[in-house]
Ligand binder design. Structure first.
Ligand code: NAD
Ligand code: ZN
Length: 270
């Protein structure tokens, strides 16, 4: 078994889980900030860190960093190059199903006043698991839109799409409705996040993200400054590992399953 991906929780992690369960008992509003590691247990490759497919030091066969290929400027100049790699990513994630971690976050909806998910993932697996309040801050690969007109499509996969695909209405290049490197985030989604942050969260989870972006780390810092509970679930260390109240060195599916078991043990007695 991969030693960084143990199926059993360590003694430390078991204590951490008990602490999270205790905090959840009093919680009304919960936020989960998720990244590629959340979907690793569904078999999807992560970006950096454990199981990383596209490490920043890895160059594509064309000798160009993947960040550059998946960038706004590259898409504008050579959409066929960006599309070639988007298709590889889509193929690698095809057929993936929500894992136990996604399911637990969806089940949590019935137990708290509000549970919000801020995800960097473009795989749509939180919605597929049944989570309703999902802010897909980087979009969803399955939403395709025209770069020139208002045409939008929802696709199951990229089979049958050209490289690049062209709009059937106006002939312009189509693109996935995702945020490419160097592009700005959707202001409407940011406003929604700010509004929910202003209402406050009692427990904030950071799950399977390398915590590299400010807008991903901000909810944790804000919660921490307000004296709320912060929890990181990641087998690896990140910039937030030393700052969170509870650090679980475990896989998302394993840790969330254990947390939920602990919560449900207590729940029927209330
Ligand atoms: P990242 O790849 O930078 O970091 C993933 C983190 O998950 C690492 O810290 C790693 O140690 C951890 N991890 C690995 N396996 C785990 C597991 N089983 N449980 C918990 N944690 C685990 O990912 P990021 O922080 O989300 O940033 C990457 C960028 O790439 C994002 O912008 C995202 O849009 C994109 N991306 C998305 C997907 C997806 O949609 N599934 C996949 C890869 C990359
Ligand atoms: Zn069009």
């Amino acid at each position: 078994m991969d030693p960084v991906h143990p199926d059993e929780l360590s003694a430390d992690d078991t204590r951490g889980v008990a602490r999270v369960v205790q905090k959840l008992r009093k919680a009304r509003r919960v936020l989960a900030v998720t990244g590629a590691g959340m979907s690793a247990d569904s078999g999807l490759p992560t970006y950096r860190g454990v199981g990383g497919l596209y490490r920043s030091d890895r160059l594509t066969p064309a000798g160009v960093a993947i960040e550059e290929i998946l960038s706004g400027p590259m898409f504008e100049a050579r959409p066929e190059v960006t599309w070639k790699y988007l298709k590889e990513i889509e193929r690698a994630s095809r057929g993936a199903r929500p894992n136990r971690g996604h399911q637990v976050l969806a089940e949590m909806q019935e137990h708290f006043d509000a549970i919000w998910i801020l995800t960097q993932n473009v795989d749509g697996l939180h919605a597929a698991a049944g989570s309703r309040n999902v802010l897909e801050i980087h979009g969803d690969l399955h939403d395709i839109r025209c770069t020139a007109c208002t045409r939008r499509e929802r696709v199951g996969n990229y089979d049958g799409l050209g490289t690049p695909p062209l709009c059937p209405d106006c002939g312009a290049v189509m693109r996935p409705d995702v945020v490419l490197f160097g592009e700005s985030l959707d202001p409407a989604k940011l406003r929604r996040l700010e509004a929910e942050m202003a209402r406050g969260f009692d427990v904030v989870f950071s799950i399977g993200t390398s915590n590299l972006f400010d807008y991903i780390v901000a909810p944790l810092r804000i919660a921490q400054a307000a004296g709320k509970t912060t929890v990181e679930i990641n087998p690896d260390q990140t910039a937030m590992s030393g700052l969170v109240e509870v650090k679980l060195h475990a896989r998302a599916a394993v840790a969330l399953d254990a947390i939920w078991d602990g919560h449900l043990e207590w729940w029927p007695h209330t």
